[in-house]
Every structure is written in structure tokens, then in C-alpha cells.
Design a protein around this ligand. Structure first.
Ligand code: FES
Length: 135
């Protein structure tokens, strides 16, 4: 009886040891995945937080809508034929080529574009006071 109890404890120990042994492996795997996501061909754009004003601002092929600490980040490439958008007017984002209009969340208000502006992944690096956009 006593032996059986010891055997169960040993199995428990081995199970937990196995789980703990996986932690470094999982951390390594996560690191590799993260590195790959930075090497997947997308361009990394660093924008100082001080350059991002409240409301809408245009940066290197990126449009940012900032409300305090909330950011929406879009590609400035029009979804109609790809013109670079650098204008806003009357609460709308305006494409200079054929007049498509988007709201500040990137949704189409008026065509010819039919698809919303592409949302971009980004990180806020508090330490460096930067927004890092992946496009
Ligand atoms: S490229 Fe923007 S509306 Fe045509």
C-alpha cells in the first residue's frame, strides 16, 4: 500500500518535471516564431509618439487615428487602384486620384473603392516612445 502511494507520487513528480522541461522549449519556439514574424518581408516603420497628434495623421505610407492612448493604424494605399492617400477633409480621408472617401476607421464612405483601408499590425514601445508599424 505504501509502495503504491510512493509510485503515484513518483509519477506525479515525473509528470510535473516533464511539464517544467517544456517551458524553455516553448519559450525558444515562441522566440523563433516572433523573429520569423519580423523577417516575413514586411517593412518595419518606427514613428515617434511625439509625431502622432490627436486625431488623424499621415506618416510614411501609414495613416494613424489617435484618440489618447488608442491607435488605429492603416495603410495609406487606396484600395481602389493603390494611390497614396495623404489628405483629410471634413472628417473624411480622401483619395486624391479618383475621389474615394473613407471614415477615420478606414471604412469606405464613397467609391470607387469598395474595400476598407488595410489595418496594419503595430506595437507601442513605451520605453523608446515609439509606435512600430509592420507593413
Ligand atoms: S486609387 Fe484611390 S480612388 Fe482610385
Amino acid at each position: 500500500m505504501n509502495w503504491r502511494k510512493q509510485h503515484i507520487n513518483r509519477k506525479e513528480f515525473l509528470r510535473w518535471a516533464g511539464i517544467l522541461a517544456l517551458v524553455p522549449f516553448l519559450y525558444f519556439w515562441y522566440s523563433v516564431i516572433r523573429v520569423k514574424s519580423f523577417q516575413d518581408g514586411r517593412k518595419k516603420i518606427e514613428i515617434p509618439l511625439s509625431a502622432i497628434v490627436e486625431g488623424l495623421s499621415f506618416h510614411d505610407q501609414v495613416i494613424i487615428n489617435r484618440e489618447g492612448n488608442t491607435f488605429l493604424v492603416f495603410s495609406s494605399k487606396c484600395t481602389h487602384l493603390g494611390c497614396n492617400i495623404t489628405e483629410k477633409q471634413g472628417g473624411k480621408i480622401i483619395c486624391p486620384c479618383h475621389g474615394s472617401q473613407y471614415d477615420y476607421e478606414g471604412n469606405v464612405i464613397k467609391g470607387p473603392a469598395t474595400k476598407r483601408l488595410k489595418r496594419l499590425d503595430f506595437l507601442i514601445e513605451e520605453k523608446e516612445k515609439m509606435v512600430v508599424v509592420m507593413r
